[in-house]
Design a protein around this ligand. Structure first.
Ligand SMILES: Nc1ncnc2c1ncn2[C@@H]1O[C@H](COP(=O)(O)OP(=O)(O)O)[C@@H](O)[C@H]1O
Ligand SMILES: [Mg+2]
Length: 443
């Protein structure tokens, strides 16, 4: 992509309305624009990141055997009357009346719709287990939308729903999602810690929030520092095997949000030099809720013994759009964003320091084409601006690598390669520069 053709409306000044760094940087880097409170347009740079995150989330869901579908954003109120949630949900639900005076709503979540789909087609325990997911826009009329896309009113969520015959099977479905979440956040370059969450009237231990530590986070969190060094299950993990040793390991230390925090236990179980008390961003939430929806909505299956039972369910959410902000909170410096390679909007920023200089123009084009042929995504700064401004923009948008081509270097046959994360600069031959940046495209 050539910068001269790319829609990248970067801002010089820091927008006054943005309170946290990720919001400031997303606005400055031309990733998003607010449309109304808590509702944003995703501009090309931001959209590329959003799509990459979505794809990683999808791949890790598919690896577990979960299947993707797509449910509507507009739902009929009647389904929510059946589950009993229509009145309970309150003002966060955006209620709509259609031209025939039917009550509709913009879905804040999809338990009712998926349960309706399930009960219409599944009758026997032989058709279980099932796990269905989609990646879809939700609307919640939050009282205080804030921090840009972190707490929006409209936001992109991956949500899935598992269906099992009994609680043991439901636990296995839960464990699969637990492992998939560890892998997903790791691939996104994040350390997300599973913390016990409220299970409400269901009770038990099958609800976890996955939290990224950040002092700008909305929740207060407490955990053992050991979690920061735990290893994540690898790609070869067999999801049909017994996953409980992994879950036991990942729940073996203290970790809780303020809702579930027990100061006495925290002090008793965690040595003082290993205690982390900070804030965190909830990027995912997994939850087993048994027959809460299947019972009132009549989603039953016939067991092997011929007895009809309500299906056991769980739901699992990931805040796909919130993750864009969470990654920036976790990875930036004073100059701008530092994208992990796996989600970077482009892998390389190629800067031509002297547009119009025959040598520079030719070399830049040669590097651009070579990288593109190798499947490396390049953003070519072919603008006529000052060097300082070009460097600042590249640092701001945070691509993992920069290649800087100027007339002085070319005289001795070298270009400059800068790694954004470390700031390390090297003068390299064109071939070596290409090899260096191309080597890291596989995150
Ligand atoms: N208003 C919001 N803006 C952006 N992301 C959100 C918002 N609400 C929830 N999410 C994301 O969706 C995930 C699943 O949502 P859920 O657990 O139902 O939300 P909550 O914990 O706010 O009730 C959350 O872990 C979070 O990452
Ligand atoms: Mg939650």
């Amino acid at each position: 992509m050539r910068m001269s053709q790319f829609f990248l409306p970067v801002l010089k000044d820091t927008p006054a309305e943005a309170q946290i760094v990720s919001h400031r940087l997303m606005l400055r880097a031309g990733m998003i624009r607010q449309s109304s409170a808590g509702i944003y347009s995703w501009l090309p740079l931001g959209f590329r990141v959003l799509k990459k995150i979505e794809q990683i989330v999808r791949e890790e869901q598919d690896a577990t055997g979960a299947q993707e579908l797509l449910m509507p954003t507009i739902q009929p109120a009647d389904l929510w009357r059946e589950s009993g949630r229509y009145d309970d949900y309150g003002k966060e639900m955006l209620r709509i009346t259609d031209r025939h005076d039917r009550d509709m709503l913009f879905g804040p979540t999809n338990e009712e719709v998926i349960t309706d789909i399930f009960r219409g087609s599944i009758r026997s325990y032989r058709q279980l287990p099932r796990n269905l997911y989609h990646i879809q826009w939700k609307f919640r009329d939050e009282v205080r939308p804030r921090f840009g896309i972190m707490r929006g009113r409209e936001f992109l969520m991956k949500d899935n729903y598992s269906f099992d015959l009994d609680k043991d099977a439901a636990r296995h479905s839960y464990n699969k999602m637990f492992v998939a979440y560890l892998r997903t956040f790791d691939r996104l370059g994040l350390k997300a810690i599973p913390m016990v969450a409220d299970t409400g009237p269901i009770g038990g231990d099958m609800s976890h929030e996955f939290i990224v530590l950040a002092d700008t986070g909305e929740s207060e969190v407490y955990c053992h520092a050991d979690y920061l060094d735990f290893t994540v299950p690898d790609a070869a993990t067999d999801y049909e095997s017994d996953l409980s040793p992994i879950i036991e390991h990942w729940t073996s230390r203290y970790a809780a949000t303020d809702e579930k925090h027990d100061a006495a236990r925290f002090e008793a179980e965690v040595p003082s030099d290993r205690r982390i008390a900070t804030r965190g961003i909830e990027v995912g939430h997994i939850f087993y809720f048994g027959s809460n929806y299947s019972k009132p909505m009549g989603a039953t299956v016939m067991g092997a013994d011929g007895v009809e039972v309500p299906v056991e369910m769980g739901s699992y959410g990931i805040g796909v759009s919130r993750l864009v902000g969470a990654i920036i909170e976790a990875s930036h410096d004073d100059d701008g964003i530092i994208w992990p390679a796996s989600v970077a909007p482009f892998h390389v920023g190629l800067i031509n320091l002297k547009v119009g200089d025959a040598d520079c123009d030719r070399t830049v084009l040669e590097i651009y084409e070579t990288l593109r042929r190798a499947g490396v995504e390049v953003l070519l700064d072919d603008s006529d601006g000052r060097a300082g401004g070009k460097f600042a923009t590249m640092d701001l948008i945070g691509l993992p690598w920069q290649i800087i081509v100027g007339p002085r270097g070319l005289k001795s046959g070298v270009v400059e390669v800068k790694e954004r994360r470390t700031g390390v600069r090297q003068e390299l031959s064109i071939e070596a520069a290409v090899a260096t940046v191309a080597g890291v495209t596989e995150a």
